[in-house]
Design a binder for this molecule. Structure first.
Ligand SMILES: NC(=O)c1ccc[n+]([C@@H]2O[C@H](COP(=O)([O-])OP(=O)(O)OC[C@H]3O[C@@H](n4cnc5c(N)ncnc54)[C@H](O)[C@@H]3O)[C@@H](O)[C@H]2O)c1
Ligand SMILES: [Zn+2]
Length: 369
């Protein structure tokens, strides 16, 4: 089949391209080689059996050229960074919502043999994950407010009875509470694709990736990918910097599984018109992540627990993966496994830009208050 992968030079897209090429598909990539991700260099891992259109999803001519003959489109191109999206508002909305709109506009108005569209969504659309209250049962909680963050009370409390809540697996049916610009654009991407897909009979699958990790994730991009931010701190002799008390949790999914689920969704009709969580279902604390990475890298550096809260951060979110498993997908890495990432990182240069990125965030958000 002829397949288009937007963002196919990126971390996730690159792995997906490899899997598709391996299966004998003809793969084309549309990617603008964003400087923040690639630092001006064509990635050495780019599969030489794929065709590359270097262009922006906002450029109609490039999109039209990339879509020629495409029967399946994986839309993974996006500006990726939660904190940064709060001050590069126009860039994020333009690239993510506008770029998706451009692809859909071309699909609808051009003459394309498209049979399936698979869009990269995100767990950030949920805001806080689902919780259990000892008195009220399952509850959905809003983001902690600025006053609570100022008091450094990190636990999420029940909106009905104020009891401290216990995190529960988050199913696809949890209401969406996209509280930052990046999350809003991911929600928009998903909903734009679903709307056009249903109207024109193009089967759409929206894959809500949780926190993805693995080889090739940029070690020099301080705006996204907490595992890589920690690795680049450690490799440069600096301790990982942790917000709050480090006991906040995330669901880390290996990039091989993310690419694997994409291929699975393409091959299984039951995934059509579905939003599907792509996680493992196992929460990992951020402090635990930093400690495991330090141990694997043979570094004695313990993390700095800053006890500092960032506006907009959630406390816990991990996936309910029953839907994914019910469709028949079997994980290659059912629980976090940092070996492939750490092994790859030891031979990869990394620039630690964390301090600059943090200063930028603090300055911008300080101005907003
Ligand atoms: N990495 C994660 O943890 C994670 C989690 C949830 C969702 N996602 C989503 O997965 C997708 C891929 O993310 P990733 O981690 O591989 O990021 P990445 O930054 O490594 O890859 C994104 C690629 O898209 C390209 N790109 C960006 N803007 C573009 C534009 N306007 N036109 C054309 N190409 C453009 C970049 O050059 C890059 O190669 C994104 O849609 C992201 O929102 C990622
Ligand atoms: Zn309660």
């Amino acid at each position: 089949m002829q397949i288009l992968v937007t963002g196919g030079l990126g971390f996730i897209g690159g792995h997906l391209v490899d899997k598709l090429v391996q299966k004998g598909h003809a793969v084309r990539v549309l990617d603008s080689m964003e400087f923040q991700v690639h630092q001006g260099k064509f990635p050495p891992y780019a599969n030489d059996k794929a065709e590359y259109v270097i262009g922006n999803v906002l450029d109609r001519a490039a999109v039209r050229r990339a879509l020629e003959g495409a029967e399946v489109v994986f839309h993974d191109a996006a500006a990726v960074g939660v904190g940064q999206s709060m001050y590069q508002v126009h860039h994020y909305v333009e690239a993510n919502a506008g770029g998706t709109a451009m692809i859909l506009d071309e699909l609808v108005n051009g003459n394309h043999p498209i049979k399936k569209l698979i869009v990269a969504a995100s767990n950030t659309v949920y805001g806080e994950g689902l919780y259990d209250c000892p008195a009220c049962g399952k509850v959905e909680a809003p983001l902690r407010d600025a006053e609570q963050i100022k008091r450094k009370e990190w636990d999420v409390r029940c909106p009905k009875c104020a009891a401290v809540l216990k995190p529960a697996p988050t199913p696809e049916t949890k209401s969406l509470d996209s509280t930052n610009i990046y999350a809003l654009t991911k929600k928009y991407q998903e909903e734009l694709c679903m709307s056009v897909g249903r109207t024109y009979g193009i089967p759409v699958t929206s894959l809500r990736y949780f926190n993805v990790y693995g080889p090739r994730q940029s070690l020099s991009n301080p705006y996204t990918g907490v595992a890589c931010i920690f690795i680049s701190r450690l490799k440069n002799g600096n301790p990982p910097y942790i917000y709050e008390d480090g006991l906040q949790t995330r669901d880390f999914i290996h990039v091989n599984d993310v690419a694997g689920v994409n291929v699975f969704a393409m091959e299984h009709a039951a995934a059509e018109y579905q939003c599907i969580n792509v996680g493992t279902g196992n929460p990992v604390t951020i402090k635990g992540l930093a400690e495991r990475l330090a141990a694997k890298l043979g570094s004695g550096l313990g993390p700095t627990i800053s006890n500092e809260g960032r506006p907009g951060d959630i406390r816990h979110c991990f996936a309910d993966v029953s839907k994914l498993k019910g469709l028949g997908y079997q994980h290659e890495f059912p629980a976090i496994d940092l070996d492939t990432l750490v092994e790859w990182s030891t031979n990869t240069a990394s620039v630690d830009r964390f301090v600059e990125a943090k200063a930028e965030f603090d300055q911008k958000l300080g101005m907003a208050r």
